[in-house]
Design a protein around this ligand. Sequence first.
Ligand SMILES: Cc1cc2nc3c(=O)[nH]c(=O)nc-3n(C[C@H](O)[C@H](O)[C@H](O)COP(=O)(O)O)c2cc1C
Length: 348
Amino acid sequence: MKIMARSWPHDVTLPDPTLPLRDRLRHLLDYVRLAPSIRNSQPWRLRLGDAWVELHAERARALPVADPAGRGLTISCGAALAFLKVAAHAAGLATAIERLPGGPDKPDLLARLTITGEAKPATEEPWLLQAMPKRRTHRGVFSSHRVSPSLLRRLVALADAHGAPITLVEGPGRQVLLELAEDADRAQRRDPAFARELAAWVAPGRPGLGLPAHEDELEAIAAGAPTRLRAFAWAEPGDDPEAPTLRPARGPELDEGAPVLALLTTHGDDPEWHLRAGETLARVLLRGRVDHLWASFFGPLVEVERTRAALRERLGLAGWPQVALRLGYAGDVAPTPRLDLAEVLEEA
Ligand SMILES: Cc1cc2nc3c(=O)[nH]c(=O)nc-3n(C[C@H](O)[C@H](O)[C@H](O)COP(=O)(O)O)c2cc1C
C-alpha cells in the first residue's frame, strides 16, 4: 500500500473496493492530511484498526499562547474528522461517529469513526472529495466579484444542518467585526510570547509543518508589526498585477478586500461543540470550493477571548463565535505542505 509522500495530490483516487477494509481506510486517511488546521499544526494522531479510525489530539503540536484552551486544536481535529467522513462516504462506506468516546478519562481521544457497512455515496460527497486538494487558505487579494446569494444561502443551510450555524455579517456589523479584528491583532502583536510562538510556526524547522511565509514576515512578527498572516494581503492599485507588492491589509482595505464575512458559531463552547465547529467548517470550505470560492481566516478575532466576548455581545450573536472567515474569489495559490501520513498514523 503506497503512502502518499509530502507531494500534493492532483488526482483524487478511491481505494480498490476488493481490498481489505483496513487498507481502504489507510488510503482514505491520506485525505485527512489535507484538512486545514490552526498554523498548519496538524494536531492529530490517527489510530487505524480493521474497521475503525480513532482521532487523537496531538498536544505536542498545541499552541499554548494563542490557543491555551485547545479550542483551535479541537476545531482543526473536527475538520480532519469531516475530511475522513467525506472520503469514506465518497468511497461508498457507511460510517458511525462517536465524539469524545473516552469521556473525561481520555480527553485526547476526540472521535472514533467506525465503518458500519457499504452505502451509496450521497450526491455531494464525491464533489467534496474532489475539492479537497483544491482547497487552500487564500490570504491574497480577492476580486470584487460578488458571491451569489444562492451560494451563500446554500452554505448557510449546510452549516445549520451540521450543527454550527453561520452568520453572514453585513451592514454596520461589518465595521464592528473589522475594528475588533484590528484591535485583537494589535493586542496579540504587543505580546512577545505570542510573537515568539507565531514565529516558531512560520519556521518550525520540520518539513511539512507550519505556515509558508517570507523572510519579511518573520521580521514583521519579531518587530510587532502587522503581518499578512493575521488578516490578508493587499496590493497597491498601481502595482504590476503579475508581481504586486503585497502588504497586510489595514483599515478600510479590510472592508474592501472581504466580499463576504462569515462567523461560524455554536450553541455551546466545550470540546464536543468545538469538534462540531471544525466538522462544519470543513464542509463549508469544501462546498464553497466546489463553486470556486476561496476562504481565509480572521484568527485574532476568536483567539483573543476579550474580543471574542465583545464580538458576541456587539453583534448580538446567540451562539459562541468559533471561526471568522473571509470568502471571495481570486486566482490560485500554492498549497501548504503537510506531514507524511506515516508521521501521524499509528496502526492498532
Ligand atoms: C481553527 C483554525 C484557525 C485558523 N486561523 C488562521 C488565522 O488566524 N490566520 C490564517 O491566516 N490562517 C488561519 N487558519 C488557516 C491555517 O493556517 C491553514 O489551514 C493551514 O496553514 C493549512 O493551509 P491550507 O488551509 O492552505 O491547507 C486557521 C485554520 C484553522 C482550522
